[in-house]
Design a protein around this ligand. Structure first.
Ligand code: SF4
Length: 232
């Protein structure tokens, strides 16, 4: 029996952050993550309060077929979560390559990568499980989420072995960006001015809410920036 992936949602939209900002992209969001970030913006993939009645399981072939049907223009595919690195992505990557798609992953890097992935976005979680050295070495870009000023250095501390050409983004955690938290925003500005390796980032898709336009995206109101009363 072929491997099936637990699909939380899928949607055709555009990449809202990082080096590929603004490019059309098809997202596949898988269930499950052990990191439990206090400000998770994808808590629907793991938090008990969003436990679904059933989970849609799809094979690599089935996913490649829907990608082709729902984005026939040929957009690259972003596999995200949750924490997609928990799964053997090799069959999915192969199936997507077979229809001519490039495959990106967004991960906190807590397990070895499986599959010939074309672009790796590493978002380390220094207060949780640190990324494996092999994933740090493979990363094409890094996204450090800055909820507190100290998160900048804590994130950088996880990156031993990062390639010199990998881009490092500092993203204000969404509630801090939304509320224009000057401590966080100004700390990012000062860090970028002090270190040419760093770039200031932003999650543009959260302004557009473009994901919501796709019929297959999760429309439940999972709060962006977390909900302390719910424990994340
Ligand atoms: S690693 Fe990502 S999906 Fe997992 S809890 Fe943190 S923000 Fe959410």
């Amino acid at each position: 029996m072929s491997l099936k992936y637990p699909v939380h949602e899928r949607f055709y939209t555009w990449q809202g952050e990082g080096v590929h900002l603004g490019r059309a992209a098809y997202f596949i969001r898988l269930y499950g993550c052990p990191q439990a970030c206090p400000w998770c913006d994808s808590a629907g993939t793991w938090h008990r309060d969003y436990r679904p009645d059933s989970v849609k399981l799809m094979s690599a072939r089935e996913l490649a077929d829907v990608v082709q049907a729902e984005s026939p223009e040929g957009a690259f595919v972003v596999v995200t979560g949750g924490e997609p690195i928990l799964f053997d992505l090799a069959p999915l990557v192969d199936a997507l390559h077979a229809i001519g798609r490039r495959v990106h992953i967004e991960t906190s890097g807590i397990a070895p990568l499986r599959g010939d992935i074309d672009w790796v976005t590493l978002s380390p979680k220094p207060f949780g499980q640190w990324p494996e050295a092999s994933v740090v070495a493979r990363a094409d870009e890094v996204k450090i989420i800055v909820h507190d000023v100290a998160d900048i250095q804590a994130g950088l501390d996880t990156l031993t072995g990062l390639r010199d050409d990998a881009v490092i983004w500092l993203h204000p955690e969404w509630s801090k960006a939304r509320d224009r938290d000057t401590a966080v925003l100004n700390a990012i500005t000062e860090a970028v001015k002090a270190n040419p390796r760093l770039r200031a980032g932003y999650q543009m898709h959260k302004l557009y809410r473009a994901d919501d336009l796709d019929a297959h995206s999760d429309k439940r109101l999972v709060p962006l920036g977390g909900n302390a009363e719910l424990g994340y």
